[in-house]
Design a protein. Structure first.
Length: 77
């Protein structure tokens, strides 16, 4: 069974640097449905800017809870 969740994220540049430096490897977010989701910080690399990472995202996991896709849906307003 495939699971898909949506969440909003606003991660400052300094906070993301902790992941980049290897101090942390996983990001935890709360989905729009209220579930706590954990995934590899490296999955956010395509959306890192000099401000960090921000936006509304959709994340998908396979039946074994392996991350299969992460896509940005919109910027935060």
């Amino acid at each position: 069974m495939v699971s898909e969740f949506q969440f909003s994220l606003k991660l400052s540049q300094q906070k993301y640097l902790q992941y980049y430096a290897g101090e942390k490897s996983s990001v935890q977010v709360r989905s729009n449905e209220g579930l706590l989701i954990q995934f590899p910080a490296s999955a956010l690399k395509p959306w890192v800017t000099h401000h960090g990472v921000q936006g509304h995202f959709a994340i998908r996991f396979d039946k074994d809870n392996k991350l299969t896709s992460l896509k940005k849906l919109a910027d935060l307003s």
